[in-house]
Design a protein around this ligand. Structure first.
Ligand code: COA
Ligand code: AMP
Length: 634
């Protein structure tokens, strides 16, 4: 007999209008849609055209009007500042409405862009929701990016206003944000009219008269603003993510499809009902933070946790269990790397025993491949279901998951289980032909993508088509390779482009190569993601120096490491590079990245038939051993 998942999946593929139309009935609309799926301009599909709604209303006001005003909406738990602060739905709505008033006072209108560059403080979520309230388009930039990355985003989004804080706190380090903000604005051609700065006591920022506004002073004067009606197809936010060059892609999310899909996922995938406590231990700068710290739990009427800390060191490897126990978390979501960090510090799970985790039911993992060891350690020590699920910034929610609110399938380690309803996932070969079950190929999704996914890239329809739709006509290219077995379980093996995943953070090695090539002594270079026990992957650089360079290799390595930190940011975790005489290449001059990577990871490899000079592989191996990789791996 078909289970709830099978029924939902079949309907979502055979009758998307019926399936998503029903899900949309669960949301608040000022005006209902004319069409659920609008396919009048293929390959650009739109959802709920003609509909009008407000995302912030659906996240906050709707619940207050339905009796949840006194329920806690958001818990700010910050071990780095020793703070726990709770906001009820009414309190959060009031703060958001007031900050929306601040934005209106600064002339921000529907459709204007607002960049949010903030640490994990409630004001980040308040700023995002306030933008949604007045129809402004937010673009949150992760705090671990450097000024130059921020400048690239300013130039593309052209924000009217920027919102930031005086500092972030990384374990014990206070990181001033204001110099990064000022530096980025200095570098960018487009200048915001105003910057609203939240002053934190750990480091006060000097404000620039005429441009910078103090958050608290502005709030004291502001009048609360009401929700404005926006079209379902109007943009809610832009989130930049690494592409295959130094130019990040501005992933657009619309209002209507986003509310519908995300609210639906809370029960179907995460088994969360209104009133439950859900915790996504991520950062608002990433898509997980947008979808599952801020929006989806609030759409559902659940309680969400905004955690300013790390899995270890704030103060110890027991902090996750303390948060789960103290706030009665039902499900949590994080990246496997966080659990590897905990496992490394507390291999026997001694901290777990100190806390009452009786409310905790499911651990969700995503952001990178979940290694079986981490899943098994978590299952053994936590005695909860551990669910791997696969998604991307572009998709906004899970492509594949064990949909815990529909049907719990047996877990197969190494697989995020099956395609979620709405996702027609297939595996194609280079000729766009479907391969047999079990054969590896390109993981693609037959169009249309479900609601809540990217309709396009910010002001770049051509780039959207080129990056995602052209290689496999009629399909969305995920740029992940993998296979599907006879049971329909999907296996995500590796990226087909230069994206690497470092501690769950998506980075482009191509962007790092662009930085290295800028060094005056570097003739050519390659950056590869090599396996790392904690972070999954870390970037390692190889540089070939120009003839006649007199500075020492050590000095040049130090330079390039600092350059990546300065231009991309500490989040790149680019700490290792080495000088080599030459890079292994094919006869046509292509760098043999795959082979170098296998050598670095100490895996078996074949000498490619197209190699120009096989002796370069031996040289590469020697260089890798010297820096602790290849056969020198610890
Ligand atoms: N602002 C400023 N700097 C930041 C930052 C932020 N928001 N986030 C990270 N950084 C800095 C860190 O301080 C560190 O700097 P350092 O080189 O001076 O030490 C660097 O960026 C790398 O940070 P991180 O990747 O967090 O590594 P880590 O060694 O400090 O911690 C983990 C390792 C595994 C504990 C950590 O990466 C983690 O908690 N990962 C969870 C990942 C996650 O939530 N992913 C989201 C997808 S679900
Ligand atoms: P991001 O856009 O930062 O969410 O990164 C998306 C990429 O992370 C995907 O394209 C995958 O390569 C990888 N990824 C995310 N979740 C998983 C998963 N559960 N299993 C394997 N890879 C994953």
């Amino acid at each position: 007999m078909a289970n709830k998942y099978d029924e939902a999946y079949q309907q979502s593929i055979n009758d998307p209008n019926g399936f998503w139309g029903k899900a949309a009935e669960d949301c608040h609309w000022y005006k209902k849609w004319d069409k659920v799926l609008d396919d009048s301009n293929k390959p650009f599909y739109r959802w709920f055209t003609g509909g009008e709604l407000n995302t912030c209303y659906n996240a906050l006001d709707y619940h207050i009007e339905n009796g949840r005003g006194q329920q806690v909406a958001l818990i700010y738990d910050s071990p780095v500042t020793d703070t726990v602060k709770k906001y009820t739905y009414t309190q959060l709505r009031d703060e958001v409405a007031k900050f929306a008033g601040v934005l209106l006072d600064q002339g921000v209108k529907k459709g204007d862009r607002v960049i949010v560059y903030m640490p994990m403080i409630p004001e980040a979520a308040i700023a995002m929701l306030a933008c949604a309230r007045i129809g402004a388009v937010h673009s949150v930039v992760f705090g671990g990016f450097a000024a130059k990355e921020l400048a690239t985003r300013i130039n593309d989004a052209k924000p009217k206003v920027m919102i930031s804080a005086s500092c972030g706190i990384e374990v014990k380090k206070v990181i001033p944000y204001k110099p990064l903000l000022d530096g980025a604005i200095e570098m960018s051609a487009s200048k915001p009219e105003k910057c609203i700065i939240f002053q934190r006591p750990q480091a006060k920022a000097a404000l620039i008269p005429g441009r910078d506004i103090d958050w608290n002073e502005a709030m004291a004067k502001a009048k609360p603003a009401d929700c404005v009606k926006v079209a379902a197809t109007d943009p809610l936010y832009i989130l930049y993510t690494s592409g295959t060059t130094g130019q990040p892609k501005g992933v657009v999310r619309d209002n209507g499809g986003h509310v519908v899909a995300l609210k639906w996922t809370m029960k179907a995938i995460y088994d969360i009902d209104a009133g439950d406590v859900f915790w996504a231990a991520s950062d608002v700068g990433w898509v997980v933070g947008h979808s599952y710290i801020v929006y989806a739990p609030l759409f559902k009427g659940a309680t969400t946790i905004l955690f300013e800390g790390k899995p270890v060191g704030t103060p110890d490897a027991g902090v996750f269990w303390r948060v789960i126990s103290q706030h009665k978390v039902k499900s949590m979501f994080t990246a496997p790397t966080a659990f590897r960090a905990i496992k490394r510090d507390d291999p026997k799970g001694e901290f777990i025993k100190k806390y009452d985790l009786s409310n905790f039911k499911i651990l969700f993992l995503a952001g990178e491949r979940s290694d079986p060891d981490t899943i098994q350690w978590s299952e053994r020590n936590l005695n909860v279901s551990v669910i791997d699920h696969w998604w991307q910034t572009e998709t906004g929610w899970a492509i594949c998951a064990n949909c815990m609110g529909l049907h719990h399938f047996p877990v197969t380690y190494g697989s995020p289980t099956k395609a979620a309803p709405g996702w027609n996932v297939q595996v194609l070969d280079a000729n766009c032909k479907q391969v047999k079950a079990g054969e590896i190929g390109a993981l693609v999704v037959k169009l249309p993508l479900p609601p809540g996914t990217l309709p396009t890239l910010w002001q770049n329809d051509a780039g959207y088509k080129k990056s995602y739709l052209e290689e496999f006509p009629g399909y969305y290219k995920t740029a992940d390779a993998g296979y599907i077995d006879e049971r329909g379980y999907v296996y995500v093996m590796s990226r087909t482009d230069d994206i690497i995943n470092v501690a769950g953070h998506r980075l482009s090695t191509g962007a790092m190569e662009e930085v290295l090539s800028d060094h005056p002594d570097v003739a050519e270079c390659a950056v590869l993601g090599v396996e790392d026990q904690l972070k999954g992957q870390v970037p390692v650089g190889f540089v070939v120096l120009k003839a006649g360079v007199t500075r020492s290799n050590e000095e040049i390595i130090k330079d390039v490491v600092n350059m990546v930190r300065d231009r991309i940011g500490p989040v790149a975790a680019f700490k290792t590079a080495t000088v080599v005489k030459r890079l292994p290449k094919t006869r046509s001059g292509k760098i043999l990245r795959g082979t170098i990577q296998k050598i670095a990871d100490n895996k078996e490899y074949n000498v490619p038939a197209t190699i120009d000079d096989p002796s370069t592989l031996g040289e590469m191996e020697e260089a890798l051993i010297k820096i602790g990789y290849a056969k020198g791996r610890k």
